[in-house]
Ligand binder design. Sequence first.
Ligand code: TXA
Ligand code: MG
Length: 348
Amino acid sequence: MSYEQTKYWSVDNFSGSEENLQLIKEAALWITKGEVVAFPTETVYGLGANALDERAVKRIFEAKGRPSDNPLIVHIAEIDQLRELVSDIPENAHLLMKQFWPGPLTLIFKKKEAVAPSVTAGLDTVAVRMPDHPVARELLRAAGVPVAAPSANLSGKPSPTTAGHVFHDLKGRIKGIVDGGQTGVGLESTVLDCSKDVPVLYRPGGVTKEELEEVVGKVDVDPSLLSDDETPLSPGMKYTHYSPAGTLYLVREKERILELVSQAKADGKCVGVLTTEEENGRYEEADVVVPCGSRTDLASVATALYGSLRKFDEHGAEVIFSEVFPYEGLGSAIMNRLEKAAGGQTPL
Ligand code: TXA
Ligand code: MG
């Protein structure tokens, strides 16, 4: 499928005006007609299609070049919509939904037949979340169907946090893009399997493990998040993700970054450094220095992370050295994405 022109609906600075709602309705209508449309959520941009329509869902996989064994998250606007998607809602799930929905938490349930087979990639479970973004919520309401949506990037590339990123990756490959400005959280939702007695964390994200445990007590962690030798329980987590074109290395010591930059420059390479506001100005020898938020506020690092990784591509960086962050709270999600972007390598 190829589109000469991908439609563009701007609802940046969304106010809920009649004009805003009209544009969102138009985008939603294409979803009900079986097309794929990108839209903002509070985490990253998603690429949505009717989750009950197998042909529409297949178009998502085509547009992204996504492997067919990687299941999608279904987005809903109202809790009532869960009933047509899942066969059982455990007590833990009720508690978590009450606390974190709408918000950046995806829950995995036993699925019902109505869900299009490609959404779940043959699994008997389905991932569902209720996004907390006014544009996403209006779009989901207007479409009136549950919407399957992965991040709206080409498979393997960093997830899009602006409509510009979506354009860059998918222009001509999708029906349209709803532009709602830059997304807030900046990293994808937390994925938690609550179909098990003790919930299992598959992907760290906007809601931290610590926050989950306050609500449901113990949460297990997929062993693959802690060791490279394990196969991930969630199919998507096995793929290299979020990668810039240059080779990315994570480095614990800032002094070591300075040495590595010098060596790479001596080898004639275009060198990038991912740093934070606190250290900006330190790596003068590098060609591209991207400050990514502030260490005193990890949420600002998360918000800026994917846009920062894309900047290295814009400047043609061949090797990139990145500072590291603490493996706790939101830092766990940031380090998970950085390690994936670095091809699974743990910090030097
Ligand atoms: O924040 C987000 O979650 C964004 C926005 C658009 O909502 N979406 C997103 O989707 O990140 P995607 O497709 O890029 O990531 C979905 C992840 C993948 O790692 C996939 O393998 C996992 O969720 N997943 C989906 N269904 C699953 C299931 N039934 N069992 C285990 N993992 C599942
Ligand atoms: Mg993705």
